[in-house]
Design a protein around this ligand. Structure first.
Ligand code: NAP
Length: 244
């Protein structure tokens, strides 16, 4: 019997990779998309999945990606991230533009491209990896916060617009997860990235993958609209318990 197909964007590392591995273990044929093709190819080979090049900020790349996927039941919109910590009044517009493109328009593009196949499956599931930055604010987070607030609005609007059609929409809003997220945000500065998690126990990518797997394996009439998950050591973006 053929396996149901789950598409994961940004599956070359972090939360996307963990989600791809977990969904494969749940019995899905996983299609992994990312810009670093060799990384998704290596992961796909381990989990009997398929790897495709994908840049969610590029409409032509998204169209080519979707053209290779004739059927799918689950779409995990995970690709994204943060760049820098510039204050609003010092906004680097290129960085802010990238964050909007990747975190917001990327989700819209990939979802538009695959929605007919999700619907045809009879039980489509769209997961959006948002963030606590989708409903909280902190100084220096403006560009990322604006983007994650926007994608939260998109997820909620989509849920409303899909009412009556066989597609569920779940927005996951994680707090601190130790991945390459902070390294990317700080331009590869590993010491600065490590400082983010100093003295506290963050979530790991598998913790988020676990929740994605739970959400997409509920019965078809159950929609987990919004899920917030954080480390025990974190209550808000700014209230973090550190042991030192
Ligand atoms: P990560 O380790 O840096 O992974 C980011 C993934 O996104 C990579 O696989 C990357 O692959 C992919 N990606 C980035 N830009 C892309 C593009 N234009 N097209 C396709 N793929 C792209 O960080 P992560 O923590 O796993 O982040 C995954 C998601 O979780 C993001 O949406 C992030 O905002 C969200 N999130 C993270 C945290 C956290 O604390 N880590 C908390 C809340 C939410 P390539 O570079 O190979 O393209």
């Amino acid at each position: 019997m053929s396996r149901p197909v789950a598409v994961v964007t940004g599956a070359s590392g972090g939360i996307g990779e963990a989600t791809a591995r977990r969904l494969a273990a749940e019995g899905f044929e996983v299609v992994l998309g990312a810009r670093r093709l060799e990384r998704v190819q290596a992961i796909a080979a381990e989990i009997d999945g398929r790897a495709l090049p994908l840049d969610v900020t590029d409409p032509a790349s998204v169209a080519a990606f979707a053209a290779e996927i004739p059927a799918c039941e689950v779409l995990v919109n995970n690709a994204g991230g943060a760049l820098g910590t510039d204050p609003v009044l010092g906004a680097d517009e290129d960085g802010w533009r990238w964050m909007y493109e990747a975190n917001v328009l990327g989700v819209v593009r990939v979802t538009k491209a695959l929605v007919d196949r999700l619907e045809a499956s009879g039980d489509g599931r769209i997961v959006v990896i948002g963030s606590i930055a989708g409903f909280e604010i902190y100084p220096g987070g403006g560009g990322y916060i604006a983007a994650k607030h926007a994608v939260s609005a998109v997820a909620k609007t989509l849920r409303l617009e899909l009412l009556g059609r066989p597609i569920r929409v779940t927005e996951l809003q994680p707090g601190m997860v130790e991945t390459d997220f902070s390294k990317v945000r700080f331009g590869g500065d590993e010491a600065r990235a490590a400082e983010v998690y100093r003295g506290m126990t963050p979530l790991v990518a598998d913790d988020v993958a676990d929740v994605v797997a739970f959400a997409v394996t509920r019965p078809a009439h159950v929609d987990l609209d919004q899920i917030v998950l954080r480390p025990r050591d974190q209550v808000t973006a700014r209230d973090v318990h550190r042991a030192d």
